[in-house]
Ligand binder design. Sequence first.
Ligand code: TEU
Ligand code: CA
Length: 542
Amino acid sequence: MYQIYPRSFADSNGDGIGDLPGITSRLDYLVDLGVDVIWLSPVYRSPQDDNGYDISDYRDIEPMFGTLADFDELLTQIHARGMKLVMDLVVNHTSDEHPWFIESRSSLDNPKRDWYWWRDGQDGQPPTNWGSIFSGSAWELDQTTGQYYLHLFTRKQPDLNWENPQVRHAVYDLMNWWLDRGVDGFRMDVINLISKHAALPQAEVPIGEIYGDGGPYYMNGPRLHEFLHEMYLNVFAGRDAELLTVGECPGTSVEQARLLTDQQRHELDMVFQFEHMQIDHGRSKWDLQGLKLVDLKQNLAKWQYGLADVGWNSLYWNNHDQPRVVSRFGDPAYWYESATLLGAVLHLHRGTPYVYQGEELGMTNYPFTDVSQFVDVESLNYYHQAVEQQGRDPRTVLCALEAIGRDNARTPMQWDGCDQAGFTTGTPWLAVNPNSGRINAAAQVGDPESVYSWYRRLIALRHQDPVVRDGRFELLLPADPQVYAFTRTLGDDRLLVVANFGREPVLVPMEMDGEIVLCNYREPVGQDLRPWEIRVFRQRVA
Ligand code: TEU
Ligand code: CA
């Protein structure tokens, strides 16, 4: 799956913002890469408080991205090339500018009052002490009726009340509207947050924090499986098209993922979970602690073993919420070697690999130097809360924003080495990475030794080799702090993957034999692995 963040992919009309015709103009690049499915981040009408994850009309296109006619043309062109399109469905919350919320907030007895979570405060305090995932309280006082409404994200993203069957059926209706339009499925935004503990209890306040962590009361809630199965019955059952459902599920365990993706249960096809994306930080994403390879291997293996016989994994390092993996887990001194090693390690696991726009080029984090350069609401909210409310050192907070802020993933796609990287003829909404002269598609497409060509080979290998798709995973050398080694076995065929996750040459304490399938150096030499070297062997099982 290839994720497109429409704002930053390709601008066709020079306003500095990516758009649907821009995407259509670049489809052949995706075909050449070998993409099967495109995941399109939201393009619905939205005030853009959270860059489209705050929807005000589910049945129309945000004018800055184009029109419904542009969408239909894009979908036609995607299908004409044998690819599929999965829409990003954001139904845990809407925008506060959605007509449903405008009606709901208008009075205590409005018929849509119960479509959202409205509660009275207590002694001037919000109904619960929960914090928003985007800082501040998870409750906003509404002057019109003097009640508070729940928003796990920004105050412009009020949570829908899924306890209300009218809400659920309104969502199923809009999902059917898009499937009838020809889309091939949905990536469902934070879908495991839709079932809340209806009593909305007070939460524990972690040491040093202002707000409580309401997660135990809204993550993987009591009716989640019921709601997802009801969604299946009302939307997907009975349709003969081959449809795909991916649930973004922060805080989901392997056990829960097995239930969510067990095909006998008809809930989801796969989950997109976050555990491996939290390996390098403490309780909060801003509390950076660096990566320990042993922890990463252990976590990915846990998910490989956990979903080996039931369920299915999403495999990703990058998306629009995560910094660029070559900057986060790789090594700038070995940019090509670490970018290609990271790609191969991921793609050779069992599950569906996701390529986030620009990852196939080895795009890196942006060299931020000042808080004024950030635009992401999550980063800005955190900065103000940490510095102004909690008195934390602005320089330390800025370092965290620079390393893990979401703007790193949202700088414009680097198409060529020309002005604005070929992304726009205007001024981009977010600055282009200054390294676009060196890192860009034009410089890499057609170059057999580019990161792009390496990703193309990884995707082709998965298309050709059943061992990559179906082979059983086994982690080797689990305690080795620098070598990442594993096998994939299917019948008599085995692939052995051995990778040096570091810039020191390393002696691999095991036999490496068989036919070389992939190596990110010109050719394998001897028993030591060079800096960030990966080798993949095909073996016959004895
Ligand atoms: O993200 C889910 C989510 O929990 C994010 O807050 C993510 O964990 C965090 O940004 C990582 O640091 C989804 C969307 O992918 C994200 O873009 C939206 O902002 C969010 O939901 C609200 O819709
Ligand atoms: Ca545009």
